[in-house]
Design a protein around this ligand. Sequence first.
Ligand code: AHR
Length: 511
Amino acid sequence: MKLRTTVFALLIVFFSYSQQNTIAFAKSNDTTVISKHIYGHFAEHLGRCIYDGFYVGEDNTTIPNTNGVRNDIINALKALNIPNLRWPGGCFADTYHWKDGIGPKENRPAIVNTWWGNVTEDNSFGTHDFLNLCEVLNTEPYISGNVGSGSVQELADWVQYVNFEGKSPMSDLRRQNGREKPWKVKFWGVGNEAWGCGGNMRPEYYVDVYRKYATFMSGVGVEGGLDKIASGASDADYRWTETLMRDIPHNLLQGVALHHYSVIDWGSKGSSTEFKEDQYFKTMQRSWKMEELIQKHTEIMDKYDPERKVDLVVDEWGGWYDVMQGTNPGFLYQQNTMRDAMIAGMNLNIFNNHAQRVKMANLAQTVNVLQAVILTEGKKMILTPTYHVMEMYKIHQDAVLVPLQLKTDNYEYKGEYLPAISASASIDKEGVTHISLVNIDLHDSKNITVSLDKVYKSVSGRILKSAKVQDYNSFGDPEKIKPTDFKGAVLKKDGIKIEVPPFSVVVLALK
Ligand code: AHR
């Protein structure tokens, strides 16, 4: 532990002595693609994410919907090109019995959501509803299987129900329920947080459970087979990753998950809108922690899988604060400010830069829960600053990573330091180079010089900023924060000079 602190401190010293902010494109023959799946989302049966969020019911005549799912949400998510959607949890997944969510809705048994507010759900949003929604969104489903309280047979049946083309007990049942063709779901989580809400298992025990479940999950009918993703470590639980990578045969393992939330203190998370610099700085420290976590989990994975066949899947990340006053504590409803835009921009830059190993990530969560991209209230819907960051960054999806050498000033607060700038870059299919930049410093603009690798004709950009870091979009003022044209980048012969304002996110296009 001591050694780790020293290494981190040395890094900070390096940053603190760098007087100038510079970016250079690192020379490299690497053609790593930033998987679009890094831009994934997460919809759990939690609070108002599914019920009274996505799903308002087929009978709803006041909110326009498609098969019960709000059209405004569908359109907003389509505009993000969301590549995948994780469902039904989270902790809920290990309590969920999928057969209760198929067939005529009036016959479905209820379920008590024991993790999230003990509310009774009527199971009206089930497998067909979710997978049909994914088709409408043109996104890949990522289903979390119930390992904690389910059985191997139940999960094997679910796979057969959604994926099997031929005649079988489960595919016949699917047909009976109105769906002829299988959906061909590729991404499957084998449990969730098995070290906690998924069963409080030790890694040695979970490894054997995983091996058994994965053995019976058939990949028939899915091109390349299933991507089975093991429930991964929380934060710095490196022993968890080490045990999984060592003891699960890699032919059964396509991904290992990691969960890390930018939370100040689990006992005292603070308000999502009313915070001072002290809390802001702590949130940024927790957010930068993602860099260290990915580096160290990757080191372990590299030891057992030097060819990088097993993906690191950060299937839960984002900011977590106290719930908004007057809302159900079990519903995790929070507002979303420019602080969250900083978390989003920084984490997405980190994932992009680790695209060799990080192939998938899921922001928690899509609608009305934690760091949501969308909030709803009755008929109204708003897009949060986090939504806008996701939209600005979508240009990185499936683009070729350009590794950067970045020298950045520090953001200093009361004798503690963090790198002020985070950045990542990629080249898209049309040959356009994009650079995304985040300045987390609350006080100072940062002048950055980008030295260029070739001649560009033009630079243009967009920026997300606001007067105060506590600003957010509300139902009364839904467009207070939205991207605007960025005029702070000047193309010169030898490079680009950029001025990035405090707590802002900038995305540049170089042509
Ligand atoms: O995203 C909210 C919860 O956080 C998820 O259900 C769980 O996996 C994690 O602890």
